[in-house]
Design a binder for this molecule. Sequence first.
Ligand SMILES: [Zn+2]
Length: 467
Amino acid sequence: MRNSAVPCLCVMLVAAFFACDRAPAEPPDVLLITVDTLRADALHTYGFPQPSTPQMDALAARGALFENAIAASSRTVPSHASIMVSRWVRAHSVRSFNGSTRLEGHPTLAERFREAGYDTAAFVSNFVLQRRSGLDAGFELYDDALDASEAVRGGYLERSAAQTTARAVAWLAARAERPFFLWVHYQDPHGPYQPPEPFHESLDPVEVRVVRALPVLERDSGRAGIPRYQAVDAERRPAVYARRYAEEVAYTDAEIGKLVAAFEGTGAAERDRVILLTADHGESLGESGFFFQHGERTSPDQVHVPFLVLAPTVRPARFTERVHHIDVAPTLLALAGLPPLGDAQGESLVARIEGGKPAAERILFSESAREITAYRGDTYLQARPGRGALRSDPLAPEGVLRWIGSRREDDGRWLAALPDPALKAALEAHLAQRTPSAAAVELDRIDEESLRALGYVPEVPQAVPPH
Ligand SMILES: [Zn+2]
């Protein structure tokens, strides 16, 4: 334990320097929970009619809840990259297609904690987050040992919430001397929806906008039908799938309760504890023409995510301004009294959640491979590739964009057929930013065939799965 003295001293000195008036006496233990495919309104506290998420609701009641948080992308890897480096998808090295490029070239949240003397560990549950993604940077332990396959898609490795919780709890049991940063990622709300007992058929029927029977598609896109990999027997009623989704969320919620209990029973008593919970993206339940899928669109159904922050200095409150994945790292570092990442594009929310200081209105962006959305206030503007768009970057500003007008979020109602000029200008300026690292890494794509030959990459179809 002697080795821990020097890093701890460093933490305290750094904390004192950067946050002198509010640095915690001891660096806090920090838990980041990301849930795959979790719509904000799948939580009771965000409006789901049934009390199916008591653990997350309890967390929300103890902390700051942001009602309008936007994911960086509707895909897993780019969103998690934005969480870890506090940069827009367009401004880091992970492109919008999972697995095509690694995260590198920017300091990460975990690296900053580790430099400050923290123990760092991650437990992930989706194969696209395995270490080849580059998301392992800064983690002393990166547990990506996934031993199960999705029921239908054999090469899609994953880990159940119960297993992930058990491994994270075992790691927590060995923490005592040094502060730690723990990231736990849960996969279960992601399709195929297979809620385990006793959650299977535990909820009342779930209301959905579309009630007609849907076709089962030949593909997994979810466009106007049930994705092939989600299909259960001959079931075509969307409400059945929506209920199964909600039951997967309920199961994950119960596991989050176990994880949080272990976290709050761990570590030195004098250290504070910080928790931030969010999701990498949402899930379409019939909005925007897609069912039980994500990854194509960046409309609210696919990118409106829960965002909860708990710390001793945070008073329970709900906030309506828009926040974003890029605010995660600045907020956690500020709560730990650590300096921000040098090239962060997000903002610390600490002044807002501790002191009620109103946040300035920002335009926030969410990007998938073939759509980008700019969110401002309660409206959003979208652009998609038009005819003649560049193949290498369908949303590049030098290509051709198709503007999808402005909409209001609460009901999707069109505000105007023509885009708001200010929002359009902001979106065009955003699209033009492409960091050297992003360009360089794209040129040096992972050679997946080589990795697969080494047995390192799961066998997956080249058609990009919307994870
Ligand atoms: Zn995901």
